[in-house]
Design a protein around this ligand. Structure first.
Ligand code: 13P
Ligand code: SF4
Length: 354
């Protein structure tokens, strides 16, 4: 990266000292990760943001929903900054609050809403987190989805259901792979169709009502790529993120959040061969960090998460230098009522065991 910009980022961070705390998601570019005070998966970053009450400014190098969650979990005196407001998440955009409220009305109409608990993936807007809080549900991330789902099914009681938003793959993978549930217990609710494209009977029979959303990056990893890696690299271990399609997750050796992927690889003996199915910035960094292992990307035609990549060094420098000059750019402020209810659902997640 541009040495002039690196120098400017260093100088701005030094000038700001404890005034600023920089969080970096594992999918961020190397040039940005270099300036992060902490790195993590979405669960760790949410906790890390809340654990810094003394920093007036939190610069969030990640995507919009993560910055919103940090704003909700930090005090009113703190300001969360997203260096590029266009850093969204295509999955989070697949569930608009209007659609989710309409879907809930459908569940009421079908007579199943009173036995349904929403479990909402962190990758969602604050408005949908608030919906979840209003309906007695919880947020989850890829690192605690199993615990969250176990809790929710317990809350829902016999014959109860979970409305899982917005990632159908994480919902299905967690239910089937982690909890031993059956694929037959899952239905997909399509927000573009009346009643989600489902019959009353299908809703009645289902345990998991999965929102029709997915990650446009992870959704592209294929079973064929796993099979090809197994043919070409004898003894290879396949590790993937749970946002991958069910057949990919079923064929993998290990499945986990970004933090778990890093820890699993870090703990493996030298000479271990991996193919990794997650975002490319992270896979490249892992390959550089652990040269004594053989680390490859699962699928050649999958690329970076384009929205994560929007946060680059020029944007970070702009956000930091603006703070030095006394200007706050790109603050993320969640509406107080939305934040209140979203916090209920986030606190429920933070209260889950483990
Ligand atoms: P993690 O919580 O595993 O970091 O995942 C976040 C994400 O956006 C994955 O696509
Ligand atoms: Fe969203 Fe997928 Fe990018 Fe993660 S990798 S931020 S889920 S689009």
């Amino acid at each position: 990266s541009d040495p002039g910009l690196v120098e400017r980022a260093r100088a701005a961070k030094a000038a700001l000292g404890d005034q600023v705390f920089v969080l970096g998601h594992h999918y961020q570019r190397d040039e940005v990760i270099e300036f992060a005070d902490v790195t993590g998966d979405s669960f760790k970053l949410a906790k890390d943001a809340a654990a810094r009450p003394e920093a007036p400014y939190i610069v969030f190098c990640g995507v919009h929903f993560m910055a919103e969650s940090a704003d909700i979990l930090t005090s009113d005196e703190q300001t969360v900054i997203l260096p590029d407001l266009a850093a969204g998440c295509s999955m989070a955009d697949m569930a608009a609050i209007r659609q989710v409220e309409d879907a809930w009305d459908d569940l009421v109409e079908a007579g199943v809403a009173d036995r349904t608990i929403p479990v909402t993936y962190m990758n969602s807007s604050a408005a949908i987190k608030a919906f979840t809080g209003r309906h007695g549900g919880t947020i989850c991330t890829s690192s605690n989805a199993r615990t969250a789902l176990t809790w929710a099914l317990d809350q829902a009681g016999t014959g109860g259901k979970v409305l899982f938003l917005p990632d159908q793959h994480l919902g299905r993978n967690t239910y089937v792979r982690d909890l031993g549930g059956s694929l037959d217990g899952c239905v997909v609710f399509d927000p573009h169709k009346p009643m989600g494209g489902l019959t009353r009977q299908q809703l009645e029979d289902a345990t998991m009502i999965l929102w029709r959303g997915h990650c446009s990056v992870h959704g592209r990893f294929s079973l064929a790529a796993v099979e090809q890696a197994r043919r070409e690299i004898p003894g290879v271990k396949v590790i993937v993120h749970p946002e991958c399609q069910h057949e990919v997750v079923e064929a993998a050796d290990e499945v986990g959040s970004t933090e778990k992927i890093i820890k699993t690889i870090a703990a493996a003996p030298p000479g271990t061969k991996w193919v990794v199915g997650t975002e490319l910035n992270l896979v490249r960094r892992l390959a550089a960090q652990f040269p004594e292992q053989q680390i490859a990307f699962l699928e050649k035609n999958v690329c970076y998460c384009s929205t994560m990549n929007r946060i680059d060094l020029p944007h970070l420098v702009w956000a930091l230098e603006s703070l030095v000059a006394g200007r706050v750019v790109n603050p993320i402020h969640v509406d107080a009522d939305v934040a209140h209810h979203a916090r209920v659902a986030l606190d429920q997640m933070l209260a889950l065991p483990g």
